[in-house]
Write a protein that binds this ligand. Structure first.
Ligand SMILES: Cc1ncc(COP(=O)(O)O)c(C=O)c1O
Length: 401
């Protein structure tokens, strides 16, 4: 029987009893309602860097809630946790002199970035620049902007007309992007790209690809948007994918790991150059979300970023990655997987066949990984122990055999 809950990205007719009911978590382990434990090989949904059950974040949220749980930041209001978390975010980004527009979800961040990019050009008198370039395999959330921006065709279908002026290029072909710019560069407002494509199957960019996008945007006057919703906050072994690949975008979206998922928080980092177009006296920015700057979410973000800094978790992504790559190399040497791809602490094992049945077996044996087409994605908490990584790899090996 279905329940009153209509699940996200799920078969709508699936009986509630067939879902895994997670009731508790500690570190990189979670437990279901039968008491069975699982290694959380996906950090819930690509977001839990610091592990589950961290008292530092729970206490910070509780302390904040006892003072005030939330009060909006629409004009004329502000609050200290929102200002502080924005400072901590820009300090860690390639835009220390930039500013942060806050939301709650990655989808809100993406739609905001798309609106900011278009309005940037409108305000500069370039109203014809509306085209947004997207890449195949790109995932940018499920609001109408992000649905239009994503390069996973089935996710775009069935909703009627999407937002106009989105043009797709193959995710690994810089020449195709160059041709598009040559044809209609003066109409292109922005290119949106994940540094490492995550939900589309963990595809790191080809060498020189992101640098090439940066050059095209500069040459033709378009903005480069990095969607850092998965890459941001340590996943690649740097604070942001931008720093990992040494390419600086004009706008950066983030969500997920900014709080390690303890409470919803997201946003857009605007470079100084973009801010300046909006900071003219008297201009009112007419977009924003009720829960932007929610004090409890911002308190979770502050505590999470402090914890990640104190524990050196950004650098630890490289250690976790080394352990995972060793395991994936062994699976490949044994002929159990075709190949793997990834960087930092986010990987996909390519099976060369549908991954759902294998995932089901792995799940039954106490490890959570995510099937995406013919691959299995792995994106564990950055506090995961070597033994727990071993359990992920061994469980995958057993299921694949
Ligand atoms: C790169 C990227 N952008 C946007 C989103 C959407 O985030 P949310 O599900 O919080 O709306 C996701 C979610 O996985 C994502 O991976």
């Amino acid at each position: 029987m279905t329940s009153a809950l209509f699940h996200a990205f799920a078969p709508a007719a699936k009986p509630e009893a067939d879902f895994v009911n997670i009731v508790r978590g500690e570190g990189s382990l979670v437990w279901d309602d039968s008491g069975k434990d699982y290694v959380d090989g996906l950090g819930s949904l690509w977001y839990c860097q610091v592990g589950h059950g961290r008292a530092e974040i729970i206490d910070a949220v509780a302390d904040q809630m006892r003072r005030i749980e939330a009060y909006n930041i629409f004009d004329p209001f502000t609050n200290e946790p929102a200002v502080r978390v924005a400072e901590m975010i820009v300090e860690r980004s390639p835009h220390p002199d930039g500013r942060v527009f806050l939301g709650c979800s990655g989808s809100e961040a993406v739609d905001s970035a798309l609106k900011i990019a278009r309005q940037y050009h409108q305000k500069r008198g370039d109203a014809d620049r509306q085209v947004v370039v997207r890449r195949t395999n790109g995932y940018h959330g499920t609001n109408f902007g992000g649905t239009s921006a994503q390069g996973i065709a089935p996710n775009r279908e069935g909703w009627g007309d999407l937002v106009p002026h989105f043009v797709e290029v193959p995710h690994d072909d810089l020449e195709a992007a160059a041709t598009l710019f040559a044809e209609q560069g003066e109409r292109i407002a922005a290119v949106i790209s994940e540094p490492v494509q995550g939900a589309g199957g963990v595809h790191p960019p080809p060498a020189g690809y992101l640098e090439g996008l940066r050059r095209l945007c500069d040459d033709y006057g378009a903005l480069l948007i990095f969607d850092e919703v998965i890459c941001g906050f340590g996943r690649t072994g740097e604070w942001f994918g931008a720093q990992h690949y040494g390419v600086t975008p004009d706008l950066m979206t983030f969500a997920k790991a900014v709080t390690s998922g303890y409470l919803p928080l997201s946003g857009v980092i605007l470079s100084r150059r973009v801010c300046e177009v909006f900071e003219e006296p008297g201009f009112i920015f007419r977009s924003g979300y009720t829960y932007a700057g929610h004090q409890a979410s911002c308190a979770a973000g502050i505590a999470n970023l402090q914890l990640m800094t104190d524990e050196g978790l950004v650098g630890r992504a490289n250690h976790v990655g080394g352990q995972l790559r060793g395991g994936l190399d062994a699976l490949m040497a044994d002929g159990l997987i075709e190949s793997w791809r990834g960087t930092g602490a986010v990987y996909a094992a390519e099976l060369g066949r549908d991954a759902i049945l294998v995932r089901n077996e792995i799940l039954a044996n106490g490890v959570i990984v995510r099937p995406i087409g013919t691959c299995l994605a792995i994106c564990p908490p950055l506090v995961i122990t070597d033994d727990e990584v071993g359990r992920i790899v061994d469980t995958m090996a057993d299921a694949l055999r």
